[in-house]
Design a protein around this ligand. Structure first.
Ligand SMILES: [Zn+2]
Length: 312
């Protein structure tokens, strides 16, 4: 889920509670529109929907697929893989950037129909197996079809398949198990570092300062930002296409074939900075709210607000 899943879409979610969640709101539908699959760079292909991303990394020994979209996205991902000339059944490793219904909902379908091994760190594996139930912030509102994890991996594991080496970077905050991956490709004699970025948004229901179900929430976010700032990314991709301005970059590419617009180190740094600022402002807002509740503990009906408003 991202910051576009705003209050309205959350309200719709509340109204549309179901046992397993598929596309449930207009915001979801916008994120799950059709998209033409394409080669981004080297052996990396975009095979996701209009906004919820999915990436195919091909090798001679089989492929890696990152993210399954919504439950409804999965058959489309399968078709997109075929459109770029590969087969779902040759996918050997399945990964998930974070276990929310818009990225994990389709994993069960993709795992079953590919025979691939789903790898995840411990926190991620727990959330995937629960199908998002008992979430630290959204409880049972954003559930999805549970999926079995075949192998629990270390949070900083290196995943190898054929010629591909994918370095896992543990980036919790958006969820407890959120994961980013880094790999390199050779493009025109140049070695380029590719980052598959997880979500970094602090969602509306996140209580960053005193949630007993996630006491280190703010700390995790901070560590994640520090880690990500150290990465020098040449090509930056994300769990949502809007994070790395996919649509805009494709438009540029249509008219100027001389350079690949997905090579965008500046865009990566700007994205991290923007997300960090949004997090810090949410955190200070919550701290402020907590302070004022200490300052006026006997003000359940908002009297003090009234007093404040009379001051110059
Ligand atoms: Zn999310």
């Amino acid at each position: 889920m991202d910051f576009r899943s705003n209050f309205l879409s959350l309200l719709l979610l509340f109204l549309a509670v179901s046992t397993t969640a598929q596309v449930r709101s207009d915001a979801d539908r916008r994120m799950n529109g059709p998209a033409e699959p394409f080669k981004i760079i080297g052996n990396i292909y975009y095979v996701g929907a209009s906004d919820v991303a999915s990436y195919l990394i091909t090798t001679k020994k089989g492929h890696i697929l990152i993210d399954g979209g919504f439950e409804e996205t999965a058959p489309r991902i399968e078709k997109n893989i075929e459109k770029v000339g590969f087969r779902l059944r040759d996918v050997k490793i399945l990964l998930n950037n974070h276990a929310h219904y818009d990225h994990a909902g389709g994993l069960n379908y993709l795992r079953k129909n590919s025979g691939a091994m789903l790898l995840a760190n411990r926190q991620q594996a727990e959330a995937l197996r629960r199908g998002g139930k008992n979430d630290f912030a959204y409880e049972n509102l954003l559930t999805f079809t549970p999926v079995e994890v075949d192998q629990v991996i270390k949070p900083d594991a290196t995943i190898k398949l054929g010629s591909v080496k994918l370095k896992t970077i543990f980036t919790p905050g958006h969820t407890k198990g959120a994961t980013t991956w880094v790999m390199s490709v050779n493009e025109n004699g140049r070695k380029l570092r590719i980052v598959f970025q997880s979500s970094l948004s602090a969602l509306p229901k996140y209580n960053l300062i005193d949630n007993p179900l996630y006491p280190d929430h703010a700390e995790d976010f901070r560590k994640t930002f520090t880690k990500l700032k150290e990465i020098k990314a040449d090509v930056f991709l994300g769990s949502h296409a809007q994070f790395f301005k996919m649509k805009e970059k494709l438009e540029i590419w249509k008219t100027d074939k001389s350079r690949n617009p997905f090579i965008d180190p500046e865009g990566y740094r700007a994205f991290i900075e923007r997300a960090k600022r949004a997090f810090e402002s949410k955190l200070s807002e919550q701290k402020q709210q907590k302070l004022s509740s200490f300052a006026f503990p006997l003000d359940p009906i908002g009297q003090n607000k009234h007093i404040d408003s009379r001051q110059p």
